[in-house]
Design a protein around this ligand. Structure first.
Ligand code: URA
Ligand code: SF4
Length: 196
């Protein structure tokens, strides 16, 4: 039966299907500049789903998220609470690199959001960590300030969101990195409650 075949698709197969659609996507002008789209990667049973902004130069070349300098910072933060990349999922608001790493435009965020929502629906994480303003705007709207809401759990449409600064914001700012480390400790404590 057809219905059986549909429900028989594994999570991995559904993820691959979403990724193929991303590879073919021309819904916004960002497709013009991409070398590779970056659909995101990680554990499809993850309790934590990290949402970045969009691919940078290294990500565009490799087709993988957070493999440049911001990625090193994210790795350090994950390590600070004893988490491996393989335990979490890491995605982005837009899957194709914005020219010169500019912030994605609201129309690009909207054009790409079905892919992010499909990934969230597939993985069903306990907490969605929003890395910086683009992710905050994409998932919670434009009326929040990241410095005000960072490090707090926000429930919205049946999902738990945890906004923090973008790792790149701490590149040359030690105090921002320290704040992010604190937010990761908060996150670890929240996860102890959520995953039992
Ligand atoms: N910055 C992002 O927001 N996403 C990446 O994948 C890499 C850097
Ligand atoms: Fe499609 Fe998203 Fe790439 Fe735009 S950024 S072309 S919406 S995959």
């Amino acid at each position: 039966m057809d219905t059986e075949r549909i429900t028989d698709l594994t999570k991995d197969e559904v993820f691959q299907a979403i990724s193929s659609q991303i590879s073919l996507c021309k819904k916004c002008s960002l497709h013009q500049g991409r070398t590779h789209p970056v659909p995101g990667e990680g554990n499809l049973n993850a309790s934590l789903f990290f949402v970045g902004e969009g691919p940078g130069a290294n990500e565009d070349i490799q087709g993988r998220p957070f493999v440049g300098q911001a990625g090193k910072i994210l790795d350090q933060l994950l390590e600070s609470i004893a988490l491996e990349r393989s335990e979490v999922f890491i995605g982005n608001v837009v899957k194709c690199r914005p020219p010169g790493n500019r912030t994605p435009l609201i129309e690009e965020i909207r054009a790409c959001e079905d892919f992010l929502l499909a990934q969230l629906g597939l993985i069903e994480p306990k907490v969605v960590v929003l890395l910086g303003n683009a992710a905050l705007t994409a998932l919670l709207g434009a009326n929040h300030s990241i410095s005000r809401v960072r490090g707090t759990l926000i429930e919205h449409q049946g999902m738990n969101f945890f906004p923090i600064f973008h790792p790149a914001a701490s590149l040359y700012r030690r105090e921002v990195f320290e704040q992010m480390k604190q937010d990761f400790v908060t996150l670890k404590n929240i996860m102890k409650e959520k995953v039992k």
